[in-house]
Design a protein around this ligand. Structure first.
Ligand SMILES: Cc1ncc(COP(=O)(O)O)c(C=O)c1O
Length: 329
């Protein structure tokens, strides 16, 4: 099926802006940096999950579901945006969260996305310890809800199923249209990669044209594992669109900016976060976008990107988690 014939619920009615970051570009003295503002999508503060949820929620409704099940870390943006999507559609939202970080300040467990989940009416069914068997816990919760007469719809981690990734096929086409309107040839789109669906969708759309590369800065897995995940979802997404498989050399992942692990801020990321705030008035987050921005800055300084290039930094959201990181900012 053609990607634009796949049923969706419309959560964000407008295209998100593609805007030049002139002050940051001048400051770094490298390529021209544009930002694709997917932090300005809908669903209780915006972020990349809104585009994925447009397709996933449509599928849930078509199947007669009355409850969305989402998983993620304590400060998951995906959980918060799923809670908002469920509220908007009059569905229930059951969350299973993984406490990947212990011994954090109290605000880490109570504020940011954790607070928003409560306001949005999601039910926190369980908080599992780091490394727990999430798939088994999801299966158990699904069975429990069915026993209670509910009709649950399980969403893949981070919304990163092939259907969710169609949201980023749509985004790639949106960027192409905006770049062409603005007379820009985009050399590379860079972004934070976590569960892989964002990169998979972008690559599945862009590898056909062989013009714009995509580089994912991993915030969780090493490059090999992340590439395998992205490639797997990208091929399934291509299949969904009746397109040929995605060539392996189109999957580019950089794992050098993860630092001590998922959700643990690095000093380079915090510097990047402050830099964007002070130069551009734009909020990044310490878990995803600031690590990706730290990667882009390092790659500009090392010469990986030249001054003649145009780079699009895809802002995937995440600022809702900032209060949870108040003690390191
Ligand atoms: C703010 C933010 N940026 C980037 C990502 C990574 O996107 P993906 O999971 O599609 O790789 C996520 C989700 O995990 C996120 O919440």
């Amino acid at each position: 099926m053609k990607w634009d014939a796949i049923p969706k619920v419309c959560f964000t009615e407008h295209a998100t802006p593609l805007q030049p970051l002139t002050r940051l570009s001048a400051h770094l003295g490298g390529p021209m940096i544009f930002m694709k503002r997917d932090d300005l999508t809908s669903l209780a503060g915006g972020g990349n999950k809104a585009r994925k949820l447009e397709y996933l929620a449509a599928d849930a409704l078509a199947r007669g579901a009355d409850t969305l099940i989402a998983t993620g870390a304590t400060q998951s943006n995906h959980a918060r945006q799923t809670a908002a999507a469920a509220a908007q559609l009059g569905l229930g939202c059951a969350l299973l969260l993984e406490r990947r970080l212990e011994n954090q300040p109290v605000e880490y467990y109570r504020s940011g996305n954790a607070l928003l989940n409560r306001i949005l009416g999601a039910t926190l069914c369980k908080e599992l310890p780091a490394g727990a068997n999430i798939a088994a816990a999801v299966a158990q919760l699904e069975a429990q809800l069915r026993q209670q007469g509910r009709k649950p719809y399980v969403i893949a981690g981070g919304g990163s199923s092939p259907l969710g990734a169609i949201g980023y096929v749509a985004c790639a086409h949106e960027i192409n249209g905006q770049a062409s309107d603005q007379g820009i040839k985009v050399d590379c789109i860079v972004h934070a990669a976590g569960s892989g669906g964002t990169q998979a969708g972008l690559v599945a759309a862009l590898c056909r044209e062989k013009l714009t590369r995509v580089l994912g800065y991993s915030v969780r897995f090493d490059s090999n594992r992340m590439s395998e995940i992205v490639h797997g979802i990208a091929n399934q997404t291509a299949d969904l669109m009746d397109a040929p498989p995605v060539p392996g050399d189109w999957i580019e992942v950089d794992d050098k900016h993860i630092g001590d692990g998922y959700g643990i801020a690095t000093s380079e990321a915090l510097d990047a976060l402050r830099l964007l705030g002070r130069l551009e008035g734009i909020l990044l987050d310490p878990v995803y976008t600031a690590k990706a921005m730290a990667g882009l800055i390092a790659d500009i300084r090392s010469g990986r990107f030249s001054a003649r290039q145009n780079i699009v930094f895809l802002h995937t959201g995440g600022a809702a988690a900032l209060p949870a990181y108040a003690s390191c900012l």
